[in-house]
Design a protein around this ligand. Structure first.
Ligand SMILES: Nc1ncnc2c1ncn2[C@@H]1O[C@H](COP(=O)(O)OP(=O)(O)O)[C@@H](O)[C@H]1O
Ligand SMILES: [Mg+2]
Length: 335
């Protein structure tokens, strides 16, 4: 019964990218004798996902998230290792495979550009041979959470980003695939659309048992949608655990940044050392520290900071994925 629905083993993907040489002479040389270097986008990634899991694949820009998803979706051929989803080899069995999955890219639409959304959905109904009653039932379900009503008659090219992603979700899920891959589904969306999409994904995972793998660099997505989180950086997994474990390990991951005169680092560190807060010189007069909001009271930290240096500006922020990755690496080195 514990058969994983997604198996990824020692997965690798490299890209060959042309080297650009400087200047006009360089451009000619590039044309005549092109030179390439190899980029290791996904290094050696191994994981299993069980049926019904909702997994966030988290990492900074360029970490290898999209490359992984494109291999899982069968769009891109692995350079090494193995992928199996629902028993299929996604790339070599692509034609049969794609009927069993749903794919959503936050960056581009899979809808027909000039067709009204409803016409795209109707075409998909025919592709998947869905009975009318099933089609209507699913449309009603999607409409309830995604609020599609107002945009069904609009051509895809006229939709705003938030509308387009909502329509794309409906299109990707129309055939009720057991597995759905989403690449940055919430990128660039405003808070209310984000909330709607998070609620929708949570619901299809809970109520329909749909297995989800979504990439994001938004920690908020993790909390809202996923039980499990894998963090990838530079093509390698550096964390795989529950969202709760990630939070527990990283604390609240709050961050304070202050603008102060050059050479303020030691004064800042001296002022907050006994709180366990260490500062980093970000350059150009900016200093920042990441701290655990459960252990350090923000008002006290701010008061001490302002007493220690003549600050021009002070900014408080929740954790960024870059901080999470940095902290995970630091933990790894101390273990
Ligand atoms: N088509 C491509 N050609 C060359 N390099 C690529 C291509 N796609 C991605 N890369 C490189 O591979 C690495 C991983 O990219 P990607 O998987 O898109 O990361 P992410 O989705 O986490 O931002 C990056 O260094 C990126 O520049
Ligand atoms: Mg990406």
């Amino acid at each position: 019964m514990n058969d994983p629905i997604i198996c990824v083993q020692n997965l690798k993907r490299t890209y060959r990218v042309p080297v650009r040489r400087p200047g006009l002479a360089g451009a000619f040389t590039d044309l005549l004798r092109p030179e390439y270097r190899t980029v290791q986008a996904v290094h050696d990634v191994t994981f299993d996902i069980q049926r019904g899991e909702s997994v966030a694949y988290l990492g900074p820009n360029g970490a290898g998230k999209s490359t992984t998803v494109r291999m899982l979706a069968g769009i891109l051929k692995p350079s090494g290792g193995e992928v199996r989803v629902l028993g299929f080899h996604p790339h070599s069995q692509r034609q049969a495979y794609v009927r069993h999955i749903g794919v959503v890219f936050g960056h581009r639409t899979t809808l027909w550009f000039d067709l009204a959304v409803i016409e795209s959905l109707r075409l998909l109904q025919r592709v998947y041979a869905l009975p009318e009653a099933v089609f209507q039932e699913r449309l009603a379900l999607f409409d309830e959470v995604l609020d599609l009503g107002g945009l069904l008659a609009t051509p895809a090219r006229k939709l705003s980003l938030g509308q387009r992603v909502r329509a794309d979700l409906a299109a990707a899920l129309l055939h009720a695939p057991p597995v759905v891959f989403l690449d940055e589904p919430t990128i660039g969306l405003d808070v209310s659309v984000k909330a709607r999409i998070r609620a929708f994904l949570r619901q299809i995972n809970r109520d329909l048992g749909t297995t989800l793998l979504l990439t994001t660099h938004d920690l908020g997505d993790v909390e809202a949608i996923s039980d499990r989180v894998m963090v990838i950086d530079a093509g390698q997994l550096i964390f795989d655990g529950t969202a709760r474990e990630l939070r527990g390990e990283l604390g609240q991951g709050n961050r304070v940044t202050v603008v102060a005169p050059p050479g303020s680092l030691s004064a800042l560190n001296a002022a907050t050392l006994d709180l366990g807060v260490l500062w980093v010189d970000e350059g150009r007069g900016r200093y920042s520290a990441v701290y655990d909001g459960r252990l350090v009271r923000t008002p006290e930290l701010v008061a001490r900071t302002l007493a220690a240096v003549p600050a021009e500006d002070l900014e408080l922020r929740e954790a960024r994925i870059e901080d999470v990755v940095r902290e995970l690496y630091e933990r790894g080195q101390h273990d």
